[in-house]
Design a protein around this ligand. Structure first.
Ligand code: CP
Length: 304
């Protein structure tokens, strides 16, 4: 496995995370136009699951960095003839791709890619990890509060099937935030501290809502969208009880009127669309890292 791969937040120490956030912040201003010196870097985007944000913000980041970005259409590839994931990725390496971004429904799919030598950037593995989503979430919080230490984060919804929940728990706890979880009992997860959502809201700095992952079998018998919003979603009443300084996050796509009242998606405390913009910055930072470039030296992120 290439050591510049990014597979899971478990693989990143605090220093690595701070370096990525620092580079992302610098891509926002000082290094806005910075490009990879090797303009021939070919990056393959290999998505076995649907994606709007991750797929096209990786592509935007690749193009902004001067890479050549190629979408590998799974439906038109030999995957349809039974080719294994390993053989597909090894083929991309053999025919000249320099890095590959992969989203796949299988947890830890990357374990079968040990013998791939080009960097692999995990764009989401089943209910496992979503490291670049986590990094963009961290960047969004850092840009809001100027620190991650001591933040009170409540993550609510489909914890059980969410790779965003596990990646954020891993990273936020490392960085000194307090992370707790709320939602239906059916979707609780071992090792994830549960709180009553209504009780947790007034003290939360960040209220992060999660999408119900129907594609992974999430369903609550007999519960309508309206009932879900009332019991577990971010309703206007709950929003009104948030601190003035608190923010709302959601990895999106959003099920409007289910996880969050549709009028709140772009409400003043919502950072849902800024999260997506931050996604391009962190993906530029992880691509730069994947190609072996050292972190920028200027300090923007002060987390220790
Ligand atoms: N947040 C996220 O991963 O969105 P996409 O599935 O659209 O990439």
């Amino acid at each position: 496995m290439n050591r510049n791969s990014l597979l899971s937040m478990r693989d990143l120490g605090v220093t690595d995370i701070v370096q990525i956030l620092n580079d992302a912040l610098l891509f926002h201003d000082t290094y806005r136009d910075w490009q990879l010196p090797c303009s021939k870097a070919l990056v393959a985007n290999l998505f076995f699951e649907a994606s709007t944000r991750t797929h096209y913000s990786f592509e935007s980041a690749e193009l902004q960095l001067g890479c050549k970005a190629a979408d590998i259409a799974v439906s038109g590839s030999s995957v349809t003839k039974g080719e294994s994931l390993y053989d597909t990725v090894k083929t991309l390496e053999a025919i000249g791709y320099d890095a590959v971004v992969i989203r796949h429904p299988q947890d830890a799919y990357y374990k079968q890619l040990e013998n791939v030598n080009i960097p692999i950037l995990n764009a989401g593995d089943g209910a496992g990890d979503h490291p670049t989503q986590c990094l963009l979430d961290l960047l969004t919080m850092y840009r809001e509060f100027g620190t991650l230490e001591g933040l009170n984060v409540v993550i609510c919804g489909d914890i059980l099937h969410s790779r965003v929940a596990s990646s954020n728990k891993e990273a936020l706890e490392k960085l000194g935030s307090k992370v707790r979880f709320a939602g239906p009992k059916e979707w609780e997860r071992e090792g994830f501290e549960v709180v009553d959502f209504d009780e947790a809201i007034p003290d939360a700095d960040v209220v992060m809502m999660l999408r119900i992952q129907k594609e992974r079998g999430a369903a609550l018998a007999g519960m309508s969208d309206e009932m879900y919003l009332k019991q577990y979603g971010l309703s206007k009443e709950r929003y009104a009880r948030m601190k003035d300084s608190a923010i709302v996050m959601h990895p999106a796509p959003v099920n409007r009127g289910v996880e969050i009242d549709t009028d709140l998606v772009e409400a003043p405390k919502s950072r849902i669309f800024p999260q997506m913009s931050n996604g391009v910055l962190v993906r530029k930072a992880v691509i730069k890292r994947a190609f072996g470039f050292a972190p920028f030296e200027q300090e923007k992120c002060n987390e220790k």
